[in-house]
Each structure stands twice: as C-alpha cells, then as structure tokens.
Design a protein around this ligand. Structure first.
Ligand SMILES: Nc1ncnc2c1ncn2[C@@H]1O[C@H](COP(=O)(O)OP(=O)(O)OP(=O)(O)O)[C@@H](O)[C@H]1O
Ligand SMILES: [Mg+2]
Length: 321
C-alpha cells in the first residue's frame, strides 16, 4: 500500500523547483521565480513570470525565493510549492497535501531548516522528511548507496556547486562554493560587451550558453543592443570565442573538488579515482565541463541521462534506507 508519508518528492532549487508524485511518472519543472506587483501581490510564476515581467518592468518585480540554496522568501517559496503540488496532484484547488520527501543541501544551518519548513507548512505540507541532496542524487544516478566504497557526487546548480564524498549511505565530507551556471552567463555578458560592443540580457546569455553545446555550425546568432549605435542587433559570434568563456569557472570547480579530496580519507579517495565521479545538476550539461573536469582531475566523470532530476528521482530510495 502506498504510504502517504512518501506522497511527493521535492527539490526546491535556486533555479528550478522539481516535484514528482509517488504514483506519477513525470517530473514537474517550474522555474523558482514569481512576478510581484507594487502591492506585493503575486501576478505570475515560473517561466510566465519572467516573460510578463520583461514586458512590464515598470509594474512588476521578479522575486527568486531561493538564493544560494537557502529559502530567502518563505511566502513566495510556499506559493510556488503549492502551485506545483496542485499541478502534480491534479487537484487545482487543494490546500493540503500528503507528506513529502525533500532534497536539501547536505549541511544546513538551523535558520535554513526553519525557513524551509515554514515554506512547506504554508504550502500545505504537514509532514516533511529531509534527505541530503547528494545521497538522493547518487541514488537517482544508480550509485549503490549502502556500499562502503567511496562515491563522489558533484552537483552544479545555478549559483552554487557542491561536492560530496559518500560511503555506507552517509555523507562523509561535503563542501560547496558559490560558483555555478550563472557565472558562465555573466562571463558571456562580459565578453559580448567588451569584445563585441553588444549588451545582452541575462535570458539571452542563458540561451546562448545552452546553445553552445548543441551548435552545429561554427557560429551562433546573439541578440542584444549595440552599444555604439544604441540599437537592437543580432550578431554572429564564433562558437570558439564563446566556448572559451567558461574555462575559468570550470577550473574553479576542479580546484574545489580537489580540495575536498585532499582532505578526505585516502581509502575512499582511491575508490573515487577508480570509479570516477557523478556530475549532476543541470549545470552538468555545461558545454565542455565534463571534459575539463576529466582533464584537470584525471579521473572518470559520469553524467547521468537527466542530471538535473536525479535528486528528485532518487529521494525515495534514500528515505527507504
Ligand atoms: N542544457 C544546458 N546546458 C548548460 N547549462 C544548463 C542547461 N540547462 C540548464 N543549465 C543551467 O543549469 C543551471 C541550473 O541548474 P539546476 O536546475 O540544477 O539548478 P537548481 O537545482 O535549481 O540549483 P541549486 O541546486 O543550486 O539550488 C542554470 O544555470 C542553467 O542555466
Ligand atoms: Mg539543484
């Protein structure tokens, strides 16, 4: 019989909220953002919020309720969570939901936990079980959790990247740095401004970043504002120029992983060098990142099929351990 205590699996990320119903098939993705008017009323959520705010920046403000993997605005977080739960459950007006398993950062302060639980309670979740994101991501990537062998999970998000060494179903060592996909977006904005005189929006920077990985020609069209002529313009930029931008960010991530390994039990580190690391988070799709880490760390790097979803997919397995 299905336990109501494991009704939903949730990953409330800084960029993306992911929800999976225990009996459902599809992971719901909702960008973790809402558009608020001057009175503080929420006018739109998710992708629609970004879309309408860009056409009415005078009336609407975008609020991202999760910053650096911590709930910064519990009310807005609760609103998004409730809307996502309503959508996943198919009960559009529901105000109470079966309990949930929530993926959370491996180490959390008391205030962080309080803010998260406040958001869950306001969203209508009464019973919440917290599981470490790295364990959930490992389980969702097919890593056997209960084994004593060391496993390394690197989760690249929008604003933060964590590395965690796991063994026997526990997080043995973990640390995170404020580096992620957004740093690559910012690097692209800088390159286009300084080298090409083109001012591009954060949305365009993210679009270009994603397209670098799938570009089939040697150049990509980039839309922006020509700074000299003060006019909107689309330029064709060589992919080789764009692909160089993230390398400093990738090297910072490699350094972070090395620092964690150099402080960890040698036997577990040896296992990692034998088996390689799991690279997850949607940032694992960053163009050239897996190769750069392979090269810099000299160990195998595995990227699961759905690197952003492995946490939400594996959360129940951890809860059952
Ligand atoms: N195909 C892609 N190629 C490159 N980067 C991508 C791709 N898809 C998404 N990203 C980037 O991945 C980042 C978001 O990753 P993810 O969805 O794992 O974040 P999150 O789970 O919300 O964040 P966190 O875990 O830090 O709270 C964003 O910077 C986004 O631009
Ligand atoms: Mg995440």
């Amino acid at each position: 019989m299905r336990s109501p205590a494991r009704g939903y699996s949730i990953d409330l990320g800084s960029a993306m909220l992911r929800v999976l119903a225990r009996d459902g098939q599809r992971v719901l993705h909702m960008p973790t953002v809402a558009a608020l008017d001057h009175e503080g009323r929420i006018r739109a959520r998710g992708s629609r919020a970004v879309e309408i705010q860009s056409s009415r920046p005078d009336l609407l403000t975008l609020v991202r309720p999760v910053l650096q993997r911590s709930v910064a605005d519990p009310m807005v977080a609760a609103y998004l969570l409730r809307a996502a739960l309503q959508e996943v459950s198919g009960a559009r007006k529901a105000r109470h939901f079966a309990a949930a398993t929530l993926c959370v950062p491996d180490r959390m302060g008391e205030l962080q936990v309080d803010a998260l639980l406040a958001a869950c309670e306001t969203a209508g979740l009464r019973r919440v079980r917290l599981v470490a994101k790295s364990l959930a991501a490992a389980a969702g990537s097919g890593v056997p959790l209960a084994e004593p062998a060391g496993a390394l999970v690197v989760d690249v998000g929008a604003e933060r990247t964590s590395a965690a060494l796991l063994s026997c179903g526990d997080v043995i060592a973990t640390s995170s740095v404020p580096v992620g996909g957004l740093d690559v977006d910012a690097g692209l904005v800088r390159l286009l401004r300084h080298r090409h005189g083109l001012l591009i929006s954060p949305t365009e920077a993210e679009r270009v970043k994603v397209r670098i990985g799938t570009a089939t020609t040697g150049a990509l069209p980039v839309r922006g504002h020509d700074l000299l002529r003060s006019l909107p313009e689309t330029r064709t930029i060589p992919v080789s120029d764009l692909a160089r931008v993230p390398l400093a960010t990738y090297d910072a991530l490699a350094k972070h992983v090395l620092a964690l390994l150099s402080d960890s039990p040698p036997k577990l580190v040896e296992d990692v060098y034998d088996r390689g690391l799991v690279l997850c988070g949607e940032g694992a799709r960053l163009f050239g990142l897996a190769d750069r880490l392979r090269d810099r760390l000299r160990l195998p790097v595995h990227v699961p099929d759905r690197p952003g979803d492995v946490g939400v997919l594996g959360a129940w397995d951890v809860a059952e351990v």
